[in-house]
Design a protein around this ligand. Structure first.
Ligand code: DDQ
Ligand code: CA
Length: 273
């Protein structure tokens, strides 16, 4: 009789323990995920360079040999240019037709790819002389950012979607909706592929979000408000938002600038304190 109740009690206690273990494991693994998505980075300025304050920067890409290619926006003023890193000097400039507003830019092989604001039309240019090679249409809702890993062209259109496109056809092959703690991260803008990650300027914020292109998960946030604040404090007026990330894969240098910014920065990240 006594034995019967002891056995029952033993089973009951076992079940309670099991439920408890499952709960604890579940909660702690959630906590681990949250910690991961909350990875926040600050930065140090390694170098600062002059940047054309008339450049409404919409696309920035490192081209080797201390040069950038840069796409600038605004109607009647849009361009694709080759710029010297150290001096900020515009070495070569292709002026776009007045009716186009230049946006994201990326370099794949010998060709530059550029998209334009409020259209689905993009252009390709010869990297040697910036002459227009062709025109394409894409399937994104709008043309904002472009980047490449050398095989895929990544694109953004101001929504929370990160697109993967075939470089030949510009057809969308895959897309990820980028979410932070379940909330969509809208206004993904200028992009860069950096060591297996996609970094995106989030329009009108001083933040860059680090995304895994494999699954669309957010790997971290880089907070850069002090760059814009520093320019304002130094008396520069009329500067617009942070925009433009470029990566020198060989020397592992990261560059950032902004629209109408008189400076371009080489930065190094550190985890925020
Ligand atoms: N975008 O770079 C966020 C995609 C678009 C920026 C648009 C800024 C508008 C400037 C004023 C336009 C005047 C017609
Ligand atoms: Ca870029």
């Amino acid at each position: 009789f006594k034995h019967f109740y002891l056995r029952k009690l033993f089973i009951l206690v076992s079940i309670i323990l099991l439920v408890f273990v499952i709960l604890v494991l579940g909660v702690s693994s959630n906590a681990r995920n949250d910690d991961h998505s909350l990875q926040v980075y600050g930065f140090e300025i390694v170098n600062e360079f002059p940047h054309d304050p008339g450049a409404f920067t919409q696309g920035l890409v490192y081209a080797g040999k201390d040069t950038f290619f840069e796409s600038t926006g605004l109607y009647e003023n849009s361009s694709v240019r080759r710029v010297a890193v150290k001096t900020g000097k515009v070495e070569l400039l292709h002026k776009m037709a007045d009716s186009y507003f230049g946006e994201g830019l990326t370099l794949l092989g010998e060709r530059l790819f550029q998209v334009t604001w409020l259209t689905k039309i993009g252009f390709t240019y010869d990297r040697k002389n910036l002459q227009k090679l062709g025109q394409f249409t894409h399937e994104m809702e709008d043309g904002w950012g472009l980047a490449t890993d050398g095989k895929i062209i990544y694109g953004s259109d101001g929504t929370s979607t990160l697109y993967e496109m075939d470089p030949q056809s510009l057809k969308v092959r895959r897309k990820h909706v980028i979410k932070f703690n379940g909330l969509k991260v809208r206004y993904l803008n200028e992009l860069e592929y950096i060591e297996g990650e996609i970094w995106a300027n989030v329009w009108k914020t001083d933040c860059i979000v680090r995304i895994s292109p494999d699954n669309g998960k957010i790997l971290g946030w880089i907070l850069l408000p002090t760059l814009r604040e520093g320019l304002l404090a130094a008396g520069y007026t009329g500067i617009d938002v942070l925009n433009g990330i470029a990566w020198d894969a060989h020397k592992n240098r990261i560059f950032v600038t902004g629209k109408w910014w008189p400076k371009l920065y080489e930065i190094k990240l550190h985890p925020a304190k």
